[in-house]
Design a protein around this ligand. Structure first.
Ligand code: SF4
Length: 194
């Protein structure tokens, strides 16, 4: 059984695939505890493999985002990835980069958001995009270290949100200290869609 928080269809709100319609599957559980985390990772319901695939298929989009929490921790993910591939889905995973399970090789897109607060936990070596949250000006140094560690096509800095306030000033400061990094905002929060 898969422990889940929510499944919903929306537009991808950040990174290179911004605007792409996707079915988001949010798995319960995370191995980090970021001080500014606003994601509820407690399990709300569980589904079998067949039930989960059927739920994803009930939506219109043929793209699915495996997110969390931390989906890399889900033991039965290889079976789910194989089943979704067999149904023709484009599959993305959103990960904090603390693990690099074998099944990452079978998804179409890896978006990694490593956390400066847990710099020593970064284990991922490759991704399609990397997004670092500008939680402090010191995130610039972390960005440089991450770029040495994780080979990716795109590198983004995202503003940190605390208590409903989006901190653009620190984001600007971090980006001004970097070369080859772009801004990624959480458009779904700004435009008010889920
Ligand atoms: S890795 Fe993501 S889900 Fe986990 S605590 Fe940090 S922000 Fe929250």
């Amino acid at each position: 059984m898969y422990q889940l928080v929510e499944i919903f269809e929306s537009l991808q709100g950040e990174g290179r695939n911004t605007g792409r319609p996707c079915v988001f599957v949010r798995f319960a559980g995370c191995n980090l505890s970021c001080p500014w985390c606003d994601t509820d990772v407690g399990p709300r319901f569980s589904l079998s493999l067949d039930e989960l695939v059927a739920e994803v298929k009930s939506h219109r989009s043929k793209s699915v985002v495996l997110t969390g929490g931390e989906p890399a921790l889900v033991a039965a993910m290889p079976e789910l990835v194989a089943a979704l591939k067999a149904e023709g889905f484009w599959i993305a995973v959103e990960t904090n980069g603390t693990a690099e399970p074998d099944w990452f090789a079978f998804v179409d897109y890896i978006a990694c958001s490593p956390k400066a607060e847990f710099a020593d936990r970064v284990a991922l070596t490759r991704a399609d995009e990397v997004r670092v949250v500008a939680s402090s000006a010191a995130a610039a140094g972390f960005c440089r270290a991450v770029r040495e560690r994780i080979a990716a096509t795109d590198y983004y800095v995202s503003p940190c949100e605390r208590d409903g306030e989006i901190d653009y000033a620190t984001t600007k400061e971090v980006l001004s200290r970097l070369e080859g990094w772009s801004l990624s905002v959480q458009l779904h929060k700004i435009l008010g869609f889920r």
